[in-house]
Design a protein around this ligand. Structure first.
Ligand code: TPP
Length: 339
């Protein structure tokens, strides 16, 4: 039997104001979601045109969860986003030029051309973004260790770690949640439940009702959240982050979405039932939030059209800058390698 709370959806304007969000903030959230979607779409086109090396992964359908959680974070908090979480990078202020440099393997990218769109980071700046690594969810023990460091140093900072529904089955995640529960670490675990782990559906991945049930199993709250509704995500993330900062320990947020594209470009996701895709297409995170802004904040067509233009120009400039960035010098291949 499930012991988790289900976050109530549909936030009113009054509640949005109570969350500290005025009209420009709300439009800014939409802009970040829009930028995330459009950057990924442009990356797809560039990949098809042979201008991106390696493979290509997107988080389409996941924009509300990445942007919603990242918006709730404080400037000194640390995040470890994954391959579906470009929105976290956008919210933390990574510019399209740097993102496309990373996608294109150019020297101006976060890893200096050592990797592509799958793993990015922002070491050395103040933006607090840890890179993902291939082994999932290997960053979860690392980010939990960072939460432990914050606690030991008595720093009022929170660590936020992302994990997929499939990777949540691995020992790393269970051990990290256990440690975080025992030590009441300033940590928020975010499981992006996009219902598929490559081609494996939830029913073959776990036998509990909700992944959030694992929070109470380790001594903290688990909350199931509609991951297509950015304001609900933001509210729950804000509460969880505040609680962690105030010494109240960790929270597990299960954000329910659907991976709207294949695992990566090579996968047509033919195994996802059409009805399920249609159900989630009807509650597309961008469409939903745009509808809310139109209805509640009376954002008009002109305002939305100029946002589209602004984001498109920003992305165009980023792509041009990235294409002018040199390929990495092979002589630097062993730089940044530590023993
Ligand atoms: C330890 C480990 N095993 C297998 C893989 C190969 N792999 C990469 S992504 C992936 C699916 C992960 O599913 P999930 O955690 O649900 O995240 P999603 O990709 O669906 O967002 C797999 C099996 C891996 N990266 N790491």
């Amino acid at each position: 039997m499930s012991t988790v709370r289900r976050a109530s959806p549909l936030i009113s304007q009054v509640e949005a104001r109570e969350l500290g969000l005025d009209r420009p903030d709300l439009i800014g959230i939409y802009r970040n979601m829009l930028a995330t979607r459009r950057i990924e779409e442009r990356g797809n086109l560039l990949f098809k045109a042979g201008r991106l090396p390696g493979s290509y992964y997107t988080g389409r359908g996941n924009e509300a969860s990445s942007v919603g959680v990242a918006t709730a974070m404080g400037p000194d908090d640390i995040a470890s986003p994954l391959h579906r979480n470009l929105g976290v990078h956008v919210v933390r202020g990574i510019q399209p030029a740097a993102i496309f440099c990373q996608f294109m393997g150019r020297s101006g990218g976060a890893t200096g051309g050592r990797d592509s769109n799958l793993r990015s980071n922002d070491f050395g700046s103040e933006r607090g973004l840890l890179a993902g690594v291939s082994h999932l969810p290997a960053m979860i023990p690392t980010i939990t260790g960072i939460a432990l460091a914050f606690q030991l140093r008595r720093e009022p900072r929170v660590a936020v770690g992302w994990c997929g529904d499939g990777a949540a089955a691995r020992g790393d995640m269970h051990e990290a949640m256990n440690l975080a529960g025992v030590r009441r670490l300033p940590m928020v675990f975010v499981i992006d439940n996009n219902q598929y782990s490559y081609s494996t559906p939830n029913r073959l991945s776990f036998a509990c009702d909700h992944l959030a049930d694992r929070g109470p199993a380790y001594g903290f709250e688990g909350i199931v959240v509609d991951g297509t509704d950015v304001l609900t995500v933001l509210r729950e993330a804000q509460r969880a982050i505040e609680r962690a900062r105030d010494g109240g320990g960790p929270t597990l947020l299960e954000l329910v979405t659907l991976r709207m594209e294949g695992h990566a470009v090579h996968d047509d996701a033919g195994y996802v039932p059409r009805e399920l895709l249609a159900e989630f297409a009807a509650k597309d995170p961008l469409d939903r939030f745009r509808g809310w802004l139109e209805e509640v904040e009376e954002v008009g067509e002109d305002e939305l059209a100029s946002l589209e233009d602004e984001v498109a120009a920003w992305i165009d400039a980023g792509v041009a800058e990235a294409e002018a960035s040199p390929m990495p010098d092979p002589a630097t291949a062993t730089d940044r390698v530590y023993g």
